[in-house]
Design a protein around this ligand. Structure first.
Ligand SMILES: Cc1ncc(COP(=O)(O)O)c(C=O)c1O
Length: 399
């Protein structure tokens, strides 16, 4: 992995080229649907923005540099990237092994679209790599894991799963949305494909929705491009341009997200109203050791449960004043969500219970406000929800 200094340079300079027209420092926004040909039959680099676009191309080169690979493609959303990947690699009768703990939209994509098309899926607890191996069949084409996984941050050992997928000649894709290549390097750990919802930390400002796929496999990248053109799911130029701007501060932002999250997690862990906390940066996190060797920091996401009826969690969400009650993650604002009624609402109750996504689970995407203010907001919300007897005292301790 590049050193933090090198990575800071890559985020700002990697894959960037000056625009050939005016050498503008920021790559321009090519807000156009089509491009003019010099003559019939004379090919140009760009012809139609559903196929490719210079601004999208610039973002792809920047993301490829971050991922440390020659090939990256950008899509209209993270789910559009995943859909293109699955349509590229899978045919009816094929089988996929997936982490059972996944972003709810990925599960819905399988349940609602891919399984009815005859693609079989096994959802396993991939935090134990032997479960992945046990689920592989002669029809398995792909293993798809998310680590840390939404929302209780369960980790999967990427190197251990790589060892298995290579032995069986199966491809491994990793959804690295929660950490990005700034904190975790799936391709260097042996995965074949890295998937990102760029909506989150890559953009970092809640300005866009987007996704990317990176791979070292040139033939796979070419096939993905064909599928993307056919599905019509390429990223839009303006979104690509905004994402390019956000991307430049990714390492700086993530370092601050991690620092704030660690501070908030330690406060939550010590709080008497908190029954359970999930944060890979805490020594008490059951997979802390794996986090330390696979990730370069704990990340910006925390989830926790209160020692109170689940309605208290709803009250806390309804009482926050600084944190925003909003889905998504990875932006500069702290967002608070209730996974059971939002990101995982479509996941059946028994499955949620099996995964530890209780009705009282609260997820925080820790932003870049002062951690003192984030903690003070949670503190007053706990008090308003009846979870904490003495607001003044605890708030004083925080400051
Ligand atoms: C881990 C993860 N992967 C994929 C997605 C889908 O990304 P998008 O919302 O950009 O389609 C999300 C969205 O929240 C996510 O959290």
């Amino acid at each position: 992995m590049a050193s933090p200094q090198d990575f800071a340079t890559i985020a700002i300079r990697g894959g960037r080229a000056l625009d050939s027209h005016a050498s503008s420092l920021l790559f321009p926004l090519y807000q156009t649907g089509t491009f003019v040909h010099d003559a019939v039959g004379v090919d140009r680099d760009f012809s139609y923005s559903r196929v490719s676009n210079p601004t999208v191309d610039a973002l792809e080169k920047a993301i490829a540099a971050l991922e440390g690979t020659p090939h990256a493609l950008c899509f209209r959303s993270g789910l559009a990237a995943e859909s293109a990947l699955f349509f590229t690699l899978l045919r009816p009768g094929d089988h996929v092994v997936l982490s059972e703990m996944l972003y709810g939209g990925t599960i819905r994509l399988f349940r609602e679209i891919l399984e009815p098309f005859g693609i079989k899926a096994s959802f396993v607890d991939s935090s134990d790599a032997t479960n992945v191996e046990a689920a592989i069949t002669p029809q398995t084409r792909l293993v798809f894991i998310e680590t840390p996984a939404n929302p209780v941050l369960r980790l999967t050992d990427i190197a251990a799963v790589t060892e298995i997928t290579r032995r069986y000649g199966v491809l491994l894709a990793v959804d690295n949305t929660f950490l990005t290549p700034a904190l975790q390097r799936p391709l260097e750990l042996g995965a074949d494909i890295s998937v990102l919802s760029t909506t989150k930390y890559i953009d970092g400002h809640n300005s866009t929705v987007g996704g990317s796929i990176a791979t070292n496999d040139a033939a796979l990248a070419e096939r993905l491009q064909l599928i993307r053109k056919t599905l019509g799911s390429i990223q839009a130029p303006f979104e690509a341009w905004l994402t390019l701007q956000g991307l430049r501060t990714l390492p700086l932002r993530l370092a601050a997200h991690c620092q704030n999250a660690q501070t908030v997690a330690e406060w939550l862990e010590a709080h008497p109203a908190v029954a359970r906390i999930h944060y890979p940066g805490l020594e008490s996190f059951p997979q802390h050791e794996l986090a330390q060797c696979q990730q370069s920091a704990g990340g910006g996401m925390i989830s926790f449960e209160l020692d109170a009826p689940y309605t208290a969690a709803i009250d806390v969400l309804n009482s926050v004043k600084l944190c925003s009650r909003a889905e998504s993650l990875g932006g500069v604002e702290t967002l608070i969500t209730h996974p059971a009624s939002t990101t995982h609402a479509d996941v059946p109750l028994e499955t949620r219970q099996h995964l530890g996504i209780s009705e009282g689970l609260i997820r925080l995407s820790v932003g870049l406000e002062s951690p003192v203010d984030i903690i003070a907001d949670l503190n007053q919300a706990f008090a308003a929800a009846g979870c904490c007897a003495n607001v003044e005292e605890t708030a004083h301790e925080v400051r």
